[in-house]
Design a protein around this ligand. Structure first.
Ligand SMILES: Cc1cc2nc3c(=O)[nH]c(=O)nc-3n(C[C@H](O)[C@H](O)[C@H](O)COP(=O)(O)O)c2cc1C
Length: 165
């Protein structure tokens, strides 16, 4: 596994904590908080993990929103990208993880190969932009309502290790 990094932003620290956990699981790979660094360094990596939370009934976390124009200019051709999203399926059951879906759509438009889809089984929500053909487009985390987040991170990391070569 080479040339890999995590890019995230986080309002209350939840996405940051997951980014740190993922980095630990993946031999200490570099993490970038896009609030501080923007998106420019994404161009330097072949393999990327992007972390985003959903806010205000389906919106992207504010630092992602601020960086969106810069992000949208990046061509992800020949890059593999895995996404993890944080949300709350009980309180926001009609917008669960929508921001992860928005990120996915832009990545596809920008020629990325998106990997790391996960099952929706075991989640309770009504609607989500992050679901395509019954799967989440990345790792779906809900720190408020689920207790198996750590296990899911472990399983997802194993898949990423296989896919990111
Ligand atoms: C005011 C507010 C609005 C939120 N809106 C949504 C939402 O629309 N969809 C969702 O899935 N989660 C929503 N959430 C849950 C957050 O995404 C969740 O708490 C997440 O872990 C925050 O991560 P962060 O601290 O890294 O930004 C909302 C939380 C708050 C406090």
């Amino acid at each position: 596994m080479k040339n890999i990094a995590i890019f995230y932003a986080s309002s209350t620290g939840n996405t940051k904590a997951i980014a740190e956990q993922l980095s630990k699981n993946l031999d200490g790979i570099k993490e970038y908080n896009i609030k501080l660094t923007g998106c420019e360094y994404m161009r330097d990596y072949e393999n990327l993990i992007l972390g985003i939370s959903t806010w205000e009934d389906g919106k992207m976390q504010e630092d992602w929103e601020k960086s969106w124009e810069e992000f949208s200019r990046i061509d992800f051709k020949n890059k593999k990208v895995a996404i993890f999203g944080l949300g709350n399926q009980k309180k926001y059951k009609n917008n669960f993880l929508d921001a992860m879906g928005k990120l996915y759509k832009q990545l596809i438009k920008a020629n990325a190969q998106v990997i790391g889809f996960t099952s929706t089984i075991g989640y309770e929500f009504e609607k989500s932009e992050a679901v395509i053909e019954n799967s989440f487009v990345g790792l779906a985390l809900d720190l408020e309502n689920k207790e198996d987040n750590l296990k899911k991170i472990e399983e997802w990391t194993t898949i990423l290790k296989r896919e990111f070569k």
